[in-house]
Design a protein around this ligand. Structure first.
Ligand code: ZN
Length: 260
């Protein structure tokens, strides 16, 4: 089984399209929230994601667009695009966003999937060891997938010692997703952030995503599962041309070129 994992697409369809082309054949697409906001093609992104067998959760921009979060919590540029998105989304795509859950368990009990953190699924920026250490006891699964910071990062909890590492493009992380395994059998628990497809913020403008591969066969063989981290160049200028034609805020247009 091959699963594409994307987060923070932010209506950047040029980036999403490029990532999906590169992924090729996948059995499912997992999307960790913030499908909309910041970017100029929300309908294209939502329609495309909804066509996959997918696991999709809501992020703060999705909820901000729906009016479920206080608009004053967003900066002016973000607010203006949320307002534009609300007027631009088709009824069908709006209903799709409305129905997204906030937190999901996946692959038996191997994964918890939330947008920001298990403690605060909408707003917490999980970037340091102290916050990560406080979050590990707050989810029961072995692994937790998060987005929101737009920064790829892996936190490991090995027997109470929490470490963080920035993955290298092409790096594979070995996972144990066997349903016959449990939390007491040793090995690390992890909080994993695949980075952002549509608006990376680690100084690298390339789209960021991960692929989860689980060997076919008996469930016990699922111990050979791997999660591989990827960065992919996409035609940023093509997205910028669309943003300019829609009079998007200049800062949002330039930041996708800088990866900030
Ligand atoms: Zn986001």
């Amino acid at each position: 089984m091959r699963i594409g994992i994307v987060s923070d697409v932010h209506a950047n369809f040029v980036a999403l399209r490029t990532v999906l082309e590169q992924m090729g054949s996948i059995d499912a697409l997992w999307c960790l929230g913030d499908l909309v906001g910041y970017g100029p093609q929300p309908n294209e992104c939502v329609s495309t994601i909804s066509r996959y067998p997918s696991l999709v959760i809501a992020g703060n921009h999705d909820w901000g667009m729906l009016g479920r979060l206080d608009e004053s919590d967003f900066n002016r540029d973000a607010r203006s695009v949320l307002d534009w998105t609300r007027e631009t989304l088709t009824h069908q795509n709006m209903e799709y966003i409305k129905a997204l859950p906030v937190s999901v368990r996946a692959l038996e009990s191997a994964f918890t999937v939330v947008h920001a953190s298990p403690r605060d699924p909408m707003w917490e920026y999980l970037l340091d060891l102290f916050d990560a250490a406080e979050c590990f006891p707050l989810f029961k699964s072995r692994y937790c997938l998060v987005g929101h910071t737009h920064v790829p990062l892996v936190f490991r909890d090995a027997g109470g010692v929490v470490k963080a590492a920035v993955p290298e493009p092409g790096e594979s992380i070995r996972l144990n997703v066997s349903p016959y395994d449990n939390e007491d059998s040793g090995g690390s628990r992890m909080i994993i952030n695949p980075g952002s497809v549509g608006q990376p913020r680690d100084g690298d403008p390339r789209a960021s995503y991960m692929i989860l591969e689980i060997p076919d066969g008996a469930a016990t063989e699922a111990k050979g599962a791997t999660l591989t981290y990827h960065r992919l160049e996409y035609p940023v200028e093509e997205a910028q041309v669309i943003m300019k034609s829609l009079d998007f805020p200049p800062r949002l247009i330039s930041r996708i070129e800088l990866g900030l």
